[in-house]
Write a protein that binds this ligand. Structure first.
Ligand code: IFM
Length: 444
């Protein structure tokens, strides 16, 4: 292929705090909603939690060496709010900040650019006890937390993501109850979604003030919806799913407000929106973060909700997500052409497969390698069409705690033996390093 990736393209891997850090009782960290959710039997499929996870809190130097060994120039991680402001609002815990301070300095020493996400789902439980994201006061608490973090790290971190996947927080956490805080309440989900967006909008100017010259944006998850056939009914069903899954958060961030019919599709109670909120949410940012894993294929069912269908002969990952890289290409073009996205990063892309070491200790994860190659080809093709894609963060550096699925789903390019915490780079990881090296500018 004719390579389109620019010389300053960001090549990275991504992780999040609760999924890898462990050390949940150390250095003043308080309980998060995920600690509480995981402690309730039945919530996590294998009965596990993030209490130890990849023990990254103690092994972070080794993990950064791994990133450096692949010659990546970027690393995306998230900051655990319960380490920084354990009670959610109020006193700042300097020891919590110290951890990320060391992490950032060590990244920079290795020539790796830090990309910090401020909220990747681990809300302090104290705030949930007060209503969580459904309570408008949590927006104010998030802005204060953002201020504390960016004051401390903003001189060195120049790439900030406010919120990761607000749709997942609103829907999977508060409507379907499969994620923390485990609620099944449509009106709460709608309000949570709105407050997450307001929190994003209010945080952006605070980050800009504390981190001059930084790039700031939000990361949304996308599962493009395709009709199961050309029939009008299927096309309308796909459009309905797209509205709920993709446009809910995309439209307001791009200043289009919430679409007609959005609330009606799942709740009788639209969220309370204060004057000025929609302008706050549409604050200009520097990029859109795009998380992409798969698509959905949708069929209309008379007098019922649309049905999701599987394609005979298609490849599915261990999470039952279809491998369909063309959807990434289509999505990037749509975001650029229909929404005018000026700069985008793939902030997550990857696949879970049930890898195991062979007799020689190799993990030959050919399916993941092929997944990566084909999705990078989709990125390349999109750039060739004029899409302003500026970086790619593979999910994930390590196998880790996959939320409600526990440790059974392995997304890493590094195999983690949870009994010993030994890390082994999989073949896909080696391949990714080689791919990146082949695309980096030649150093003279
Ligand atoms: O592990 C998650 C991540 O935390 C958010 N995006 C999707 C990943 C895979 O499910």
């Amino acid at each position: 292929m004719n390579k389109q990736f620019s010389d300053n393209f960001k090549w990275g891997v991504a992780t999040s705090a609760y999924q890898i850090e462990g050390a949940i009782h150390e250095d003043g960290r308080s309980e998060s909603i995920w600690d509480r959710f995981a402690s309730i039997p039945g919530n996590i499929k294998d009965g596990s939690s993030g209490a130890v996870a990849c023990d990254h809190y103690h092994r972070w130097e080794q993990d950064l060496d791994l990133v450096a060994s692949l010659d990546l120039n970027a690393y995306r991680f998230s900051i655990a709010w319960p380490r920084i402001i354990p009670t959610g609002r109020g006193a700042v815990n300097e020891k919590g900040l110290d951890f990320y301070d060391r992490l950032v300095d060590s990244l920079l020493q290795r020539g790796i650019e830090p990309c910090a996400t401020l909220y990747h789902w681990d809300l302090p439980q104290a705030l949930q006890d007060d209503g969580g994201w459904a309570n408008r006061a949590t927006v104010e608490a998030f802005v204060a937390y953002t201020d504390a973090v960016t004051r401390r790290l903003g001189d060195r971190v120049k790439f900030w993501i406010t919120i990761n996947e607000p749709w997942v927080v609103a829907v999977i956490g508060n409507l379907w109850g499969q994620h923390a805080p485990g609620l099944h309440d449509p009106s709460v989900a709608a309000q949570v979604g709105h407050h997450l967006l307001v929190a994003h909008g209010q945080a952006v100017p605070v980050i800009r003030a504390n981190s001059p010259g930084a790039e700031v944006g939000i990361t949304l998850n996308f599962t493009p919806a395709y009709p199961a056939s050309d029939q009008l009914t299927d096309r309308l069903a796909a459009a309905q799913v797209d509205l709920f899954t993709n446009q809910w958060f995309l439209d307001p961030v791009f200043g289009r407000g919430y679409s007609d019919g959005l609330w009606h599709s799942f709740t009788a109670n639209p969220p309370q929106i204060q004057p000025g909120d929609m302008e706050t949410i549409a604050v200009p940012t520097d990029f859109l973060g795009v998380n992409f894993y798969s698509r959905s294929v949708v069929r209309h069912v008379e007098d019922s909700q649309p049905q999701f269908v599987q394609i005979p002969g298609a490849t599915y990952t261990d999470t039952d997500w279809e491998v369909y890289p063309n959807a990434l290409y289509d999505l990037l073009l749509r975001l650029h052409r229909d929404y005018g996205a000026q700069k985008m990063y793939i902030t997550e892309n990857g696949a879970a497969f049930s890898d195991q070491p062979d007799a020689n200790g190799y993990i030959n994860d050919e399916q993941r390698r092929a997944y990566l190659e084909n999705h990078l080809a989709a990125c390349n093709a999109a750039i060739a069409q004029g899409v302003p894609l500026a970086g790619y963060y593979l999910w994930s550096l390590l196998d880790n705690f996959e939320w409600g699925e526990g440790y059974a789903k392995r997304f890493g390019i590094t195999y983690v033996d949870y009994a010993t915490q030994k890390r082994t780079l999989k073949e896909s990881g080696k391949w990714y390093g080689e791919f990146v090296r082949a695309n980096l500018p030649v150093k003279v």
